[in-house]
Design a protein around this ligand. Structure first.
Ligand SMILES: [Zn+2]
Length: 117
């Protein structure tokens, strides 16, 4: 398998990828590889988080590298890069958790001090 330099790939991507909200080019300093940074051979996928300097929106890019072809999917998110690191390996929320939250909120009186004890 050919080797590649992940930093060069991310630098190149930050030049070609544009914010889907405002069209601004990304600042490399605010682009962070969340998953796949340890990859040294071509093939596989990366998860990259970046913040837009202009409109301040955050976007996660799922990037699949298959030989000379690179595919990207952008998702606008309200997660910071730290949030993304924290939640990336957690289990999805279950239906029961959603229903329990719905039941809780139905009778919630707005007293967060009491609810968060
Ligand atoms: Zn933007």
């Amino acid at each position: 398998m050919p080797k590649f330099d992940i930093k060069k790939i991310v630098a190149w991507l930050s030049q070609i990828l544009r914010c889907p909200v405002c069209g601004q080019r990304y600042n490399l300093d605010k682009t962070r590889v969340i998953e796949g940074e340890d990859k040294t051979t071509i093939g596989g996928s990366l998860l990259v988080h970046t913040d837009c300097d202009k409109c301040k929106s955050s976007v996660m890019f799922s990037i699949a590298i298959d030989g000379p072809e690179i595919f990207t999917i952008a998702t606008v998110t309200d997660l910071t890069s730290q949030d993304t690191m924290k939640f990336k390996d957690q289990e999805p929320i279950t239906m029961d958790e959603v229903l329990a939250t719905h039941e809780f909120l139905r009778t919630f009186d707005g007293d967060f001090k009491e609810a968060l004890k």
